[in-house]
Write a protein that binds this ligand. Structure first.
Ligand code: AAT
Length: 292
């Protein structure tokens, strides 16, 4: 009975649960912000869980981190200044640092303990922090963006947890307004935007807020990530007024990107075809997000 209460009462996914077999609990801790758990699963490798919600697994993290980083960065030529919001595991930094044009990467993660746990248990993600272009800010991103200089960034990537707990404000209008202010004209935002099967209302709300704020373009893309609820995750891609951005046709080809990366790990999920395909929407979603 208690099990049912815990598993089926998550406000983000009421009435459903996804199970992974736990081979071994590797870490259990509580930070100032959330409960942190790392376990070894039988099929998906090590898994990071915050407040009972899966953040990543070793097997499928490539799909999420590669798409959330390369969808925006391959859509503009020569991105130089990038902000990552959340992403304390380091996986998005690892992907951003594949781009040779990037000169400066700020990351604003609220919870230092996530960074420490990732360094210990997920070195293949935490490696992202070792790039000398990375500048770490341990802070609440809402506060960080309020103070960010106007027009500083070419791209902002919001790799945040779901909007329960510390990430609540990260889906609200004032937060998007501060992002738009921090972007240069024609700068781009890529925001984790939940599941089209489960959160169409949240997606609709975020799209309508972003259409008011981002005067360039607003697009929705998605990818398959088996360990996220319903097995898919969405990305909202927006640009500010300025040089137009055609998100569906990447300007930086992956071939060029990989050429600069021969010593790093190969891309597993992202390429130019996956990029364009990610913007294809099924009719039910297209109807519901008619703004697109
Ligand atoms: N890279 C995939 C993992 C994540 S982690 C999301 C991170 O956002 C967490 O480390 C969390 O501490 C951080 N975070 C939450 N709120 C804030 C905030 N207000 N300011 C800065 N960082 C924050 C994403 C998983 C996506 C899961 C989809 N279901």
């Amino acid at each position: 009975k208690d099990c049912k209460k815990v598993y089926f009462n998550n406000p983000m996914w009421p009435g459903e649960a996804h199970s992974l077999k736990v081979e071994n609990i590797l870490y259990r801790g509580k930070s100032e912000f959330q409960e942190i758990l790392v376990f070894e699963s039988s099929i998906y490798g090590k898994v990071l869980v915050l407040d009972g919600i899966i953040q990543l697994s070793e097997k499928d993290e490539c799909a999420y981190q590669e798409m959330i980083a390369h969808l925006p960065l391959c859509s503009i030529s020569s991105p130089k200044r990038v902000l990552v919001v959340g992403g304390g595991d380091g996986g998005v930094l690892r992907e951003v640092s594949r781009h040779p044009s990037v000169e400066h990467i700020d990351i604003c993660e609220i919870d230092k303990m996530v960074i420490d746990v990732s360094e210990k248990f997920f070195p293949q993600l935490a490696v992202g922090f070792q790039d000398p272009r990375v500048h770490l800010h341990v802070a609440d991103a809402t506060e960080f963006l309020r103070l960010a200089p106007e027009g500083k960034y070419d791209a902002v990537i919001v790799d945040s947890s779901d909007p329960v707990g510390p990430a609540q404000e990260l889906v609200e209008k004032p937060f998007f307004e501060t992002i738009a202010r921090a972007l240069r004209p024609g700068g781009v935002l890529c925001n984790m935007t939940e599941s089209m099967w489960l959160h169409t209302h949240l997606i609709q709300d975020m799209i309508s807020v972003c259409c008011q704020i981002f005067k360039g373009s607003v697009n929705y893309a998605w990818a398959s990530v088996p360990t996220y609820p319903s097995g898919v995750i969405g990305f909202l891609l927006c640009s500010t007024a300025g040089p137009p951005v055609d998100f569906k046709n990447p300007v930086n080809s992956v071939e060029k990107l990989e050429g600069a990366l021969k010593h790093k790990r190969e891309l597993k999920f992202y390429n130019s075809e996956m990029h364009s395909a990610a913007f294809a929407l099924p009719p039910f979603l297209r109807r519901e997000v008619s703004a697109l």
